[in-house]
Design a protein around this ligand. Structure first.
Ligand code: ADP
Length: 681
């Protein structure tokens, strides 16, 4: 049927067809009218459609009007009207009051009144439906609310049990700084008093300090104060000290602001993690580390002192033994002196190694890393061990293929490492065995040098140990003379030069010791401007002729200086690769200028400078220090000892030539600019 809201439907039930017709005529202007004379058929109709009004005659065969309407009440929301005579008025009024029917229309009806009654009844039905719908909507909303309340309770319970079981403390304040939540872990840290104490008084009342200072935490810096200001931070450390804890408590706090959907601040939350145990372990570790470092320093200091003390008497032993050796002695005595010298020299090398290891451990080893031509140094080391190898018929294969590499190293120390590895290759080899030396770039900017032998090899578990001081392999190799210091020293030296050292080995076949050092450019390649410099280009300066002595052990630096001086025809360069030779040459030739490297094989440059200054023959010759070591302390020390100037490596060609030119052109007393400390530093 039609919608009650638009054109309502009316069901008319009356056993008299004439009445049915007249009612239909009366109502059809406003309503869709369905008429039937059979009340049972009317019930069927109600099952399948919606009506706004039902009009039923009281007297019908089979089912009376009121009986019909009572049953219709269960099937439809329509307003029910009984059409009847006045005979049973009391029963009718009861039916109206009980709600079985809405109203009644007396017979015979007044057509206008019937129409008005039905129109009102339709309104009533509309109203009833609206109320019913509102009620059902309300019921639905209430059910949804009840469901969400249950879910919320469930959620709260879950959160509560998480908070209760958490080891970390959770603290929440509202926007006024009032404590609103403390889980049990937080309560154990700060106590329930936190609920009563204003947040600004927390540091004092709870005992919150800045770790390691003993000063109270400024209230405005407390994590919750910061969170309330909208800050976020992790790992803020606090020190809590109060009677609740037997010892001190350290916590690490993460803090977050709390905001509502509109971004307004609603307070802050802090999660505090107890780090007391971790801190204590750290402190213990730190103390143990400091203790170990102190002990290690003490040991190195002791070793270093002892070595110095031992060297003085040893000097006399070796010195006098050498004097004795020169005299003609009976052969037994000569043999005894030879033994004293052998033992003494062994002791001296041992002391030197101990001293070096101690220096490395104390971080006091002074190195002069500069570009070093690797094949040259390898050749020098090979020349030194060849006689040893020959004694045991060991063949040494030197470098083959392209080995023209430069590395960043201290030349003397690099040679020392190579000597150690090569000497071991001989010492721990079979008679008639082989040693091979090779160099190879590793592709990552480093050059690897390897020394392989055909000795007994080293088991994997022993390999790392051998690089520790005084560690030696047990078994056969113990019969070989040694101190167990060579590899420790080599490791210290390689690492001090920025490299790494290691060993690969197959037991029964041999070992390969290797070390990697950073590749470097050759000094000549660093100074392409030299190529363009022709000789004799400073006509005026060439009028004089000066002699320059360069005391330097690194051939590459020497070669560079030679190229440089060749551009000044007035300058003659003589070189000394050792300090002592340099001192002798200075005395004999009295050069106009001495260029002095600091790291020399037999003596420090500083000592050379002092000897030059002390000697009246050389005391006035200007000395220019040329070194890679340009720490301000070092520069000051040398200038104070009488150096005229300080040039840092890599050499700046322009200033070096300027220096030579000033020597060439100026009278001797003011040849050189006075040393400028800030230049060198
Ligand atoms: P030293 O040779 O004075 O004992 P090192 O520190 O040079 O001290 O070597 C430590 C130990 O490592 C040696 O005693 C030896 O047992 C073992 N070792 C060193 N080089 C080799 C090698 N090439 N082959 C086998 N063992 C070696």
């Amino acid at each position: 049927m039609t919608n009650v809201e638009e054109r309502p439907s009316v069901l008319v039930v009356d056993d008299e067809p004439r009445i049915l017709d007249s009612i239909r005529d009366l109502l059809s202007e406003n309503f869709d009218v369905v008429a039937t004379s059979d009340p049972l058929a009317a019930l069927e109709i109600l099952n399948g459609a919606q009506f706004a009004v039902i009009l039923a005659d009281q007297r019908m065969p089979g089912l009376t009007g009121d009986q019909f309407l009572v049953r219709a009440q269960n099937l439809s929301d329509a307003t029910r009207i009984l059409v009847t005579g006045y005979t049973d008025i009391d029963a009718l009024i009861r039916a109206v009051n009980d709600g079985q029917i809405h109203t009644y229309v007396p017979k015979p009806w007044e057509p206008a009144q019937l129409r008005v009654t039905v129109l009102k009844a339709a309104d009533h039905c509309r109203e009833t439906l609206r109320r019913k719908e509102a009620a059902s909507r309300l019921a639905e909303q209430q059910a949804a609310l009840a469901r969400s309340e249950a879910a919320f309770r469930q959620q709260t319970k879950l959160l509560q049990s998480i908070l209760d079981s958490m080891g970390d403390g959770v603290l929440v304040v509202d926007e006024n700084g009032k404590m609103v939540l403390l889980n049990p872990a937080a309560e154990a840290m700060v106590g329930r008093a936190a609920f009563e104490t204003p947040h600004s008084a927390w540091s004092e009342s709870i005992g919150i300090y800045r770790p390691g200072t003993g000063t109270l935490y400024p209230p405005e810096e407390l994590p919750l104060s910061r969170a309330m200001r909208g800050e976020t931070a992790d790992g803020v450390e606090l020190h809590v000290r109060n009677p609740r804890h037997a010892g001190d408590l350290f916590v690490s706090v993460n803090l977050r602001p709390l905001k509502d959907d509109d971004g307004r601040s609603r307070g802050g939350v802090a999660v505090a993690h107890d780090i007391t145990g971790r801190r204590r372990t750290q402190e213990l570790l730190q103390r143990a580390k400091e203790e170990a470092e102190r002990a290690n320093r003490a040991k190195s200091e002791f070793l270093s002192r002892m070595s110095h003390e031992l060297r003085t008497p040893l000097n006399s032993i070796l010195g006098f033994a050498q004097l004795l050796e020169m005299t003609s002695l009976p052969s037994d005595d000569a043999e005894a002196v030879a033994q004293i010298l052998k033992g003494g020299r062994h002791l001296l090398s041992l002391i030197n190694e101990v001293l070096d290891v101690a220096r490395i451990e104390a971080g006091r080893l002074s190195l002069s890393p500069e570009p070093v031509h690797l094949p040259e140094v390898i050749q020098e080391a090979l020349d030194l061990v060849r006689p040893l190898a020959l004694e045991r018929s060991i063949t040494i294969t030197g470098l083959s293929g392209n080995s023209d590499f430069w590395v960043k190293a201290d030349r003397q120390r690099l040679r020392q490492v190579l000597l150690n590895l090569l000497a071991n290759g001989v010492k721990y080899n079979v008679d008639g065995g082989r040693i091979a030396v090779a160099v190879d770039p590793n592709g990552y900017g480093a050059i690897r040098t390897t020394v392989s032998d055909t000795g007994p090899g080293i088991a994997a578990e022993e390999r790392e140990k051998l690089f520790l001081p005084f560690e030696r392999l047990t078994g056969e190799s113990l019969a070989v003379e040694g101190t167990g210091l060579g590899l420790a020293l080599s490791k210290g030296l390689v690492e001090a030069m920025g490299g790494v050292i290691g060993v690969d080995s197959t037991v029964g076949k041999g070992s390969t010791f290797w070390f990697d050092l950073m590749a470097a450019e050759s000094p000549a390649a660093l100074h392409p401007e030299l190529e363009g410099l022709a000789g004799a280009d400073s006509g005026e300066a060439a009028a004089r002729s000066v002699l320059v002595l360069y005391i330097e052990d690194n051939p590459a630096n020497m070669a560079l200086m030679k190229r440089l001086t060749e551009t000044r025809p007035g300058v003659q360069l003589i070189g000394a690769p050792q300090a002592r030779l340099g001192l002798d040459l200075a005395r004999v030739h009295r050069p106009d200028l001495i260029l002095l490297d600091l790291h020399l094989p037999d003596m420090s440059g500083h000592e050379v400078l002092e000897q030059l200054r002390r000697d009246p023959d050389t005391g006035t010759i200007p000395v220019v220090v040329v070194s890679a070591d340009a720490t301000p302390e070092q520069v000051d020390r040398l200038l104070d000892s009488g150096a005229q100037s300080y040039v840092t490596k890599p050499i700046d060609i322009g200033s070096m030539l300027g220096l030579l030119d000033s020597v060439l052109s100026d009278p001797i007393e003011n040849r050189l600019p006075t040393a400028n400390r800030s230049d060198a530093g």
